[in-house]
Design a protein around this ligand. Sequence first.
Ligand code: AR6
Length: 215
Amino acid sequence: PTAVSSIQTLTDLYADRTLQPASQPHDQATPIYNSKISLIRADITTLATDAIVNAANESLLGGGGVDGAIHAAAGPDLVKECETLEGCETGSAKITGAYELPCKKVIHAVGPIYGRARREGGDHEPARLLGGCYTKSLDLAVENGCKSIAFSALSTGVYGYPSRVAARDALGAVKGWLDEDESRATKVDRIVFCSFLAKDEMAYEEWIPYYFPPA
Ligand code: AR6
């Protein structure tokens, strides 16, 4: 995908570590909706945020999509660590090292399979499970001293969560987490929603003014 030029710049800055996202201001390179939230369209494996969030499955043993890209870029030691975790339930997440990736930690979140979650749990079930992925990932970031975190668009690929609904539910969950505990919220400097496809980027651009109005 073709990235927006300013966003491409941010990717470059992250990738060669000339900019440390946890501590340095980098607002000039990205659309900023408040002091904490950024959108980016990039390959998440190039980002040197403290943590990146993988769209994993319950086995945590790798797969296709962003999961495959993360495991390929991290190298074989990542799956070895994942093998010790005994999987993860849908709607939650677990954290590992990042090995050959430029970030410091990988958070493996297991988003819902949209159609199945709705069928089995009703209309609100996908949002509950997807929201759990985002809030658990933020909890893990804080517990592990990660000040910057980039989320892939969990469940919007093979798991079939419609992009517009997923962006709304993701933003709602993150906003809720930030608002719930102000002192906890200050422990995270930067939350990046990393899209790969234009449809997901457009979905975030559509919803973000409602959740994080421009300063
Ligand atoms: N960087 C950022 N985002 C990406 C990248 C990348 N390199 N590659 C794809 N995406 P998906 P899911 C986006 O299918 O729907 C795996 O096999 C992609 O455009 O990767 O949660 C797992 O092992 C989409 O927006 O994950 C599971 O079995 C988003 O990542 C299953 O797929 C998620 O798409 C999880 O399905």
